[in-house]
Design a protein around this ligand. Structure first.
Ligand code: BGP
Length: 470
């Protein structure tokens, strides 16, 4: 019996700021990623001005803005049914405040989606993926200000009006639960002048985002009622560090710092534990009449999420941040990748069951992948067995989750082509089935080269996941 449904959406995922480059081309404005450098703390060590003597990975990235036709041809060769990317807000609205969109920016994404459809590939579009207009940060500190709701709604109206007939699957905010760990990356919020205890102030920005999400769903229902608009969270999981009740209870609290966002956007209300967080922080949200009604009425259609790995958490652990989902301490029962991230395929099965039980809404694994350093052999080949093993094992887990009764819409491997790392800005941390000749300093020809995993994923898709043999 087939382990994956007939219409399973196989594909790959990227983000505009991590692949397009052309950071000021055709009228695009600066976005927050354009002022972040290479390095493990790029999401907190940023300046709001470009230093001409520094290298910014997003400025050229892998030049997808100009190479997308050739790259999409390679995705089609692998047999992609779907391709996830984002619309860079500052390409359409350079400062975020314009009353009309930038025509060249609108045109680019029409051309991109048309190219995908040429090969029968469905676009899966994230509206905001770590790339909000920098001007909104400088003027309003981004989502701390309620005006962002209006600007995001204007951006949504343009997206749905322009692309509603070409894009069936949408996501509002990428990994928006990361706002509580990396507010500048996730929501363009500069916390450096907000003191050490900035988190309680972020709760107001979260309210603005929940309202903006609901308004976006409302617009989607009005403009493109047959399309699906999901949410997207970073949901790599966390296990109790011991079976001590205190550790189990503390770990539930850590997990709730992520599931709060899906609870609100999929169930339509602030859960009791969020009201308690507000009480304990002494925060009274500044709400407009009708806000909670909007959030209740306009919930999202599906749950998109990223899963990379799992960690463990015990009382007293530090709450570490990582783009791959970081919490307490390493799990001694798990192997780690050559990059140092834990490998836990069963954790993906566990997470799918956890989320299906909690929401009973379709799940979409829109990010799963292995970042690692690739070796180019003498003959130019790249035998990325570690990547194929990670993919095989995690697809086995997805098949098991579907067998467990979880409804999974699709799977988009993160980084089907080497792109700029979100967490460190590096090219060295490669996810792709397609190698890109470019290093951390921007040197290289940009030439594309197939790795062994290219043919492997092509076979997986061709057999609808039946043949996972490496
Ligand atoms: C997620 C982001 C992606 C992607 C991924 C991998 O947080 O949604 O943008 O980058 O992490 O992380 P990294 O690129 O740091 O390896």
């Amino acid at each position: 019996m087939a382990r994956f449904p007939e219409n399973f959406l196989w594909g790959g995922a990227v983000a505009a700021n991590q692949c397009e480059g052309a950071y000021l081309e055709d009228g695009k404005g600066l976005d927050c990623s354009d002022v972040t450098l290479c390095g493990p703390t790029r999401y907190i060590d940023y300046e709001l001005e470009i230093d001409p003597n520094k290298f910014y990975p997003s400025h050229e990235a892998i030049d997808f803005y100009h190479t997308y036709k050739d790259d999409i041809k390679l995705f089609a060769e692998m047999g992609f049914k779907v391709f996830r990317t984002s619309i860079n807000w500052s390409r359409l609205y350079p400062t975020g405040e314009e009353t009309e969109p930038n025509p060249a920016g609108v045109r680019f994404y029409h051309d991109l989606f048309d190219e995908l459809h040429k090969y029968g590939i469905e676009p899966l579009v994230t509206k905001s993926h770590y790339e909000s207009p920098l001007a909104l940060t400088k003027k309003y500190n981004a989502w701390m200000d309620r005006r962002l709701v209006e600007y995001f709604e204007r951006f949504a109206r343009t997206c749905f009006t322009e692309y509603g007939s070409k894009v069936k699957y949408w996501l509002t905010f990428n990994e928006i639960n990361n706002i509580m760990k990396a507010p500048f990356l996730a929501a363009g919020i500069d916390t450096r002048n907000m003191g050490d205890n900035w988190e309680p102030q972020i709760y107001q920005a979260m309210h603005h985002i929940f309202v903006a999400n609901a308004k976006t769903v409302q617009l989607a229902r009005e403009i493109m009622p047959d399309n699906q608009i999901g949410i997207m969270l970073s949901l790599s999981n966390v296990y109790p560090g011991t079976c001590k009740p205190e550790d189990v209870f503390a770990t539930m609290g850590v997990r709730r710092r992520s599931l709060l966002f899906s609870d609100v956007m999929l169930r339509g209300s602030y859960p009791g534990y969020f009201w308690k967080m507000l009480r304990e922080a002494g925060v009274t949200l500044d709400m407009k009449p009708g806000d909670l009604e909007l959030i209740r009425k306009y919930t999202n259609d599906y749950l998109g999420f990223s899963y990379y790995r799992t960690n463990a958490f015990s009382v007293g652990d530090p709450m570490v941040f990582s783009t791959g989902g970081g919490f307490g301490h390493d799990n001694p029962y798990l192997k780690v990748s050559s990059w140092g991230w834990a490998i836990d395929p069963l954790g993906l099965r566990y997470t799918c069951n956890e989320l299906w039980d909690r929401y009973q809404k379709p799940l979409f694994i829109v990010e799963n992948g292995l970042g690692m350093v690739d070796t180019i052999e003498e003959d130019g080949s790249i035998h990325d067995v570690e990547r194929m093993e990670y993919l095989r094992d995690h697809l086995e887990a997805v098949a098991d989750a579907i067998d467990d009764g979880c409804q999974v819409m699709g799977y988009t491997w993160w980084g089907p082509i080497d792109i700029v790392s979100a967490g460190t800005g590096e090219m060295k941390k490669r996810y792709g089935f397609i190698y890109v000749d470019r290093d951390n300093e921007g040197n290289g020809t940009g030439e594309r080269r197939k790795k062994d995993s290219f043919e492997y994923y092509k076979k997986v898709i061709a057999t609808n996941g039946e043949d996972l043999e490496i």
